[in-house]
Each structure stands twice: as C-alpha cells, then as structure tokens.
Write a new protein. Structure first.
Length: 251
C-alpha cells in the first residue's frame, strides 16, 4: 500500500483555529484516536509550534495555514489538504472572534462586520470550499463551535450570566451560525451538521480560554467533550442538534 492509499483510508479532520485553546485540544484528542489532523492556523508560526507539539506526542498532524476571513487562504488550504487526501471525514469550524464587547448603543456596522467575518462568513467560506472533499467521505461530519450566548433561550433567561453581557456582535454572530448550521443540516442530509457550546448551560459554566481571559470554570478538555462526541458519531448519529457536554441546549 502506498502512503497516499494509506492516508486515504484514515479518518481525517480539519480543525480551524487549531493552534490554541479548544481547537488545539480537540486536535490533540482526535489525534490520539489515530486520526490524520489538519491543523488550521491563521498564524503560521504559532501553528507550527502547536503542530510540532502534537507530532512529538505521536499524532499525525499536518499544518494548514488558514485565515477563515480570506478566500485566497481558504482556497490554498483546500489545495494543501488535497495533496494528502481525496476526502475529508470531519470539519470542525472552531475559529472565532470575540469582538470588543461594545455596548449596543455604541456598536457600529463596522464593529459587527469584523466579528461576522470570522464567526459567520468564515464557517460558510470554509464549509463551502471543503464540501467536495466532505461529500467524498463515507460518513462526513461538520461540527460548528458556537456559544450559549448564541441561544435565544439562554439570552432571554435573566438567571444566565450571558444575558447581562450587553453587546451585539458576538452574540448575534453565534445565533446566525446556529441558524446556518440548521439550514446546512436540512439541505445536505448525508453530512452530519451539528452545533456545540463548550460549556455547561444548566450550571452557568463556560470553558477557560483566551477569549474570556481564562475566567471560565471548565478546562479545555471538558469544553471539547461535545466537539469530540459529535466529531466521532457514526452514520446513525444526529444532525441539526445543539448540545453542550451535558446534553441538548435550547435554541
């Protein structure tokens, strides 16, 4: 068996924003399963450090320079992945931007657009570009990393801390991502499209990451539990659901 033939039979995953936090931990855990990990990173230097660390621990990892806000970068990522495989089993759209938490009265269209470019247009850009490789897989899965802050149920609950975070960009971008995921799931039933939040909604907990200055109570390993679970579902698994590590989350 040639190297290319062997690669084509291994489970493969592309993780955007894979150089740190949830993306890196998801990559590490899936790499431990023997998967081929395409580690997407906007910063090539930081991505190389992360990829080298995973490789040193035994993972099969390939660095993919990837800025989800750039059509050119995404096209280059597709070309690179195609050099190693003829299909992509799993896509994890993890890259995200928090915005500057600008109060609604002060928020401008420009502020919202910059966050949407990463959190909404980014996943659409990457998913669209990688659809042919996903459709070539036997059991393709797409995991969208969203947030409880994108849930209408959560944000209209006064007991949820996130409901008191007065801003427009991040929360609305994640709500948009949730709807986009549902529409993909309905239109492309052969691909499992699902949404996760890396927290515990019922317990008002979230994961400690750079995005929240590591103030969360959950570890990145706990935060990636639903990501790994939905990345590893089989053909009988769900599509179009929104979960955290404890179970279903209200839309």
């Amino acid at each position: 068996m040639t190297n290319s033939e062997q690669t084509s039979q291994e489970t493969s995953v592309l993780v955007t924003g894979g150089n740190k936090g949830l993306g890196l931990e998801a990559a590490r855990r899936l790499g431990e399963l023997g998967w081929t990990v395409f580690l997407g990173s906007r910063d090539e230097g930081r991505g190389r450090v992360a990829a080298d660390k995973l490789a040193a621990d035994g993972a099969k990892v390939i660095l993919v320079p990837l800025d989800v806000t750039s059509d050119e970068s995404v096209a280059g990522a597709v070309r690179l992945v195609r050099e190693h495989t003829d299909r992509l089993d799993v896509l994890i759209n993890n890259a995200g931007a928090p915005g500057r938490v600008v109060a609604p009265a002060d928020a401008t269209a420009e502020e919202i657009h910059s966050v949407y470019d990463t959190n909404v247009y980014g996943p659409v850009r990457v998913t669209h570009a990688f659809l042919p490789l996903l459709q070539a897989a036997e059991q393709p899965r797409v995991v969208m990393v969203s947030s409880a802050a994108g849930s209408f149920a959560v944000m209209t609950d006064p007991d949820q801390p996130a409901s008191k975070m007065h801003e427009l960009a991040y929360t609305s971008s994640k709500a948009a991502l949730n709807m986009i995921t549902i529409r993909y799931a309905q239109a492309l039933p052969r691909i499992k499209f699902n949404v996760v939040t890396p927290g515990e909604v019922a317990n008002h907990k979230f994961t400690a990451t750079d995005m929240n200055r590591h103030t969360g109570e959950l570890t990145v390993t706990e935060g990636t539990d639903p990501i790994v679970r939905l990345a590893t579902i089989d053909a009988e698994g769900p599509s179009g659901i929104f979960v955290d590590r404890l179970g279903p989350v209200g839309w």
